[in-house]
Design a protein. Structure first.
Length: 113
């Protein structure tokens, strides 16, 4: 998995620094979307690697961070398919509330009573 992650990052860096056209119009929309998907995919792969490589010491910490990056990547895909803006205030607000609830659930200790 580590080799695939490194290759994915290097290929993306080469493509986006040499071939990408971030001018205006359709080029910006197409390249911008592909870049955003690559960037979030790269983050998912890196956090997954760190989670797996440090499972004994930091596994619980990076597991939650990994799922947050997966949600970010999924939302980017959903926004592309539906045509909603990735910064849609309603969707971002709902995702924020869900994640905040999850964090609060994880912070407070469970009672035995």
């Amino acid at each position: 998995m580590m080799r695939y992650t490194i290759a994915f990052i290097c290929i993306g860096l080469v493509v986006f620094t040499t071939m990408a056209t971030f001018d205006v119009g359709q080029y910006f929309e197409n390249w911008g979307r592909v870049y955003a998907l690559w960037d979030k995919g790269k983050d998912c792969m890196l956090v997954y690697l760190v989670w797996r490589l440090s499972k004994k010491k930091y596994g619980n910490l990076f597991k939650h961070l990994f799922w947050l990056t997966v949600v970010r990547l999924s939302w980017d895909c959903v926004s592309w398919v539906t045509g909603l803006s990735v910064n849609n205030p309603i969707a971002v607000g709902i995702l924020f509330l869900i994640y905040s609830g999850y964090v609060i659930y994880k912070i407070f200790p469970k009672s035995d009573a």
